[in-house]
Every structure is written in C-alpha cells, then in structure tokens.
Design a protein around this ligand. Structure first.
Ligand SMILES: Nc1ncnc2c1ncn2[C@@H]1O[C@H](COP(=O)(O)OP(=O)(O)OP(=O)(O)O)[C@@H](O)[C@H]1O
Length: 428
C-alpha cells in the first residue's frame, strides 16, 4: 500500500539562479559606432519593426534583449496611455505555455473507503481514506495520509468523486482533480451530461507533464490575460498566484510597472523550464499587426524566428518563416549566423564572469571548440557543472583537462547539423 504524502505547495523557483540572458546588459556598443548610428537612422526613417531570422542559438533573443535595453525608456515612455491599446494587443499575441513535470497518481477510482479513528474525541474523526486507482496496467491501493486525508476526502466529495471516475492526485500537494467518468461506466449515466475518458494507460504512479493549476498537460495563456488578471494582485509572485488571479477578473488599469512585474515572473519560469513562450500570431493577429505597425504610436517590434518556410498558424498557407508576405514586406529582415570560435569564446568568457567563475584560457578555447561542434547553449551550460567538478577537485578555477573534459564526457549533446534551421520549432 502506498502512502500519499501531502506537503504545503512550495514554489519551485530557485531564487539565486542566473538566468540565460542575465549577462546581456545592452548592445555593448559605443554611441556613434556602426550599429548605433544605423539604428538611430532606422528610427528616423520610421523603421518600426524587424525580423531576426537564423538558426537556434545565434543570438536572436540576446540581440532583441540588448536592443530593448538600449531603447528601454524610449519604448515605454512618453505616450504610454495612447499606446495602451497597441500594447494590449501585442501582449495578446504572446502566449505562455505552462508545463510542469509532476509526480501523480492517476487512475479510475475503485474503492474509496474511510477508516474512523477511535480516539477522535467528539464526533467522527477520519484516520485515513483508502482509495483504489486502476489503470490499464493494474490497480494500486493508496492510503491517504491522516493529516491530509480530511482535505482530500473533502476534496473528493466536494467535487463528487465516485467509483468509476478517473482522477489525478498530485503526490506532492495531494490536490485531487476529477478528469471525467471512465468509459467503462458509459452506459450507467446520461451520456450528454458526462465527460467520458478512457482508462489511463501506464502505471498508477507516474511522472506526468501537468500544469499545476489546471492539471491539463499544457495550458496556454496570453500575457494580456495575465496582466488583466493581476491588475490588483492578491497573492504571491509565483505562477500559481498569477494563474489564480485569472479566476477573479476585474477591471483595473494595467500599468507598465505591472507588465514589467509579470514579465519578471514569466521570464523566471521560462528560465526554469516550467513555461515556454509561444506565439499566438494567427491570421487575425497578423492583419492587426500590419495596421498597428504603421501607426506612429506603435512601439518598435522585433520578431525572431528559427523557422524556414512553414504554414501560417491556423492555416495551410505556407509562407517564409510562417509570416504572411504582406507583413514580411513591412519588416527589415536581419539574418543571424552561427558564431565563429573566437566569438563563442568571447561570449562564454562574459558568461563565466557573470557567474563569477574563473576559467583558464585553454579551457575557454576548448569550450569554444565544443560550442562549434554542439551549440553555444551547450558550451555555456557546461560552465556550471564544470565549476562543481572543480570545487570537488579542491580548486576555484575551471581547468581543461580535469573539469571540462570530465563534464563533457558525461553530458550528452546533439552534434550540430550542416543545416541548423529546424522547421519544427514553433518559435517566432
Ligand atoms: N552576442 C551575444 N553576447 C552574449 N551572449 C550571447 C550573445 N549571443 C547569444 N548569447 C547567449 O547565447 C545563448 C543562446 O542565444 P539566444 O537565446 O539569443 O539564441 P536564439 O537565436 O534566440 O536561439 P533560438 O532560435 O533557439 O531561440 C543565450 O544564453 C544568449 O544569452
């Protein structure tokens, strides 16, 4: 018999983590240098939008971030009120896909049963609840922990979980979610009123990709929804609180400060792999952008994509980068290319400095070489584990032979292809 342990939900956020782009502090260019003067010129000429196109890891996001940091005040400043409608619509076009891998018990309820405690004092006291969960692979009996069985019990009966229902129990929090009624019971009830689901496959106890809040495998929400729902935040700054606010929408002004706060939380979750950005740019959005980008109030918009020719979202119309031709016409397309070894070495050195790591010259050369063979991202990611190996070897500096070689041999990396553009990546 397995025991479900319930603990208070802890935010999984690692406060001290150095984010992927923490080291990006701007464009790193002097005023008057080629890029800056070109950019000023572009602004004067009404260049409002551009598309960065290139293989993964070629610095599109880093460049967009650098530009926005350089322009920061200009982007959001003078006409905030007037640009509000535009801003709302832009944020409506950016989706956040929330996903978490959770330890869950999943199955069709077979035997809910409660055991009363004899030492309960006044009234009835439940010492635990036993529940049987069945999947295609078999059945497992779960004894819900006494301290949480009450809440689970209430949960169960509040949401009217009965024999024949398919449920999830999240192992860590004990939260129970009724998925629907098992197919096997389909004839017993009104088919219209019920959602019938198949008997779950696999083991009862499994790791499943679940959105903590909705229990669905993934959950898409737009940044605008999060802004609107959090206009008067009541809870904390974790994704659960952010999402929780969505249940109580209210009409309050969305300030720039709020958007920045939402961005911070969203960025943290992207960095931790709990969520990823997805674009919601369908035909309707693209048509809106066509008009919006021509408005004098439009903010500067930078699109980035690693997709080649693919269908425009929601249609079977192929177009370069999945962007309709009439919008492409309005964009300045900048191609990004894979960094050469010395550029990679430079970036890795900046990254090491931000992570406060001392890396030998020889080691940087090796990392540059690894970056060429695999990817810049992989080479950057080796820094942290290598520093741990160095510490284990009693050193503060990362050495080629002992640390990087060691870590590289343990960690798997995809060797780079000739043509690196990945048509399956859904990023823009
Ligand atoms: N010029 C640069 N200076 C400093 N760091 C950089 C630079 N270019 C890229 N990086 C870093 O390399 C990593 C990968 O870059 P980035 O995320 O910008 O790639 P991308 O082109 O947006 O890739 P994808 O198409 O996969 O999203 C990031 O950690 C980024 O901060």
């Amino acid at each position: 018999m397995e025991k479900v342990k319930i603990e208070e939900i802890q935010s999984t956020a690692k406060k001290q983590r150095i984010a992927t782009h923490t080291h990006i502090k701007g464009l790193g260019l002097e005023r008057g240098s080629w890029s800056c003067s070109r950019h000023d010129q572009a602004e004067e000429n009404g260049w409002q939008s551009s598309l960065l196109a290139g293989p993964p890891g070629t610095g599109k996001t880093a460049l967009a971030l650098g530009i926005s940091q350089e322009l920061g005040s200009k982007v959001y400043s003078s006409e905030v009120k007037k640009t509000e409608v535009l801003m709302e619509n832009f944020r409506r076009a950016i989706g956040l896909r929330i996903k978490e891998t959770k330890d869950v018990y999943e199955g069709e309820v077979s035997v809910p049963e409660e055991t009363e405690s004899l030492t309960g004092g006044y009234g009835k006291s439940i010492s635990h609840v036993i529940i049987g969960l069945k999947t295609v692979k078999g059945t497992k009996q779960l004894k819900l922990d006494p301290t949480i069985s009450i809440s689970s019990y209430i949960y169960c009966f509040d949401s009217q979980v009965a024999v024949g229902d398919v449920i999830y129990i999240e192992a860590n929090s004990g939260a129970v979610k009724r998925v629907g009624r098992s197919d096997a019971f389909a004839t017993e009830f009104d088919l219209e009123a019920e959602e019938y689901v198949p008997l779950p496959k696999g083991e009862v106890h499994k790791r499943k990709r679940l959105c903590r809040f909705t229990f669905s495998t993934t959950f898409d929400v737009t940044l605008q929804d999060l802004d609107a729902a959090n206009a008067q935040p009541q809870g904390g700054q974790d994704i659960l609180s952010l999402m929780g606010q969505m249940m109580k929408p209210r009409k309050t002004e969305i300030t720039d400060k709020l958007r920045q706060e939402i961005n911070k939380v969203v960025n943290r979750y992207i960095d931790e792999g709990v969520a990823e950005l997805v674009h919601m740019l369908d035909m309707e959005c693209f048509s809106y952008l066509n008009r919006a980008l021509e408005s004098s109030l439009s903010p500067i918009v930078i699109f980035a994509t690693n997709r080649g020719v693919c269908n425009v979202r929601g249609t079977d119309m192929p177009s370069p980068h999945g962007v309709p031709i009439d919008l492409l016409d309005r964009l300045v397309i900048i191609r990004t290319q894979i960094y050469n070894p010395s550029e990679m070495i430079q970036i890795i050195a900046i990254r090491a400095q931000v992570e406060e790591l001392t890396v030998d010259e020889e080691c940087l050369v090796l990392l540059g070489d690894i970056g060429q063979r695999t990817s810049l991202r992989h080479a950057v990611q080796l820094l942290s584990p290598a520093s741990i190996v160095a510490k284990m070897n009693g050193r503060d500096n990362i050495c080629k032979m002992d640390d990087i070689d060691d870590v590289f041999s343990y960690l798997l990396a995809k060797e780079i292809n000739e043509e690196n553009e990945d048509p399956n990546q859904s990023q823009i």
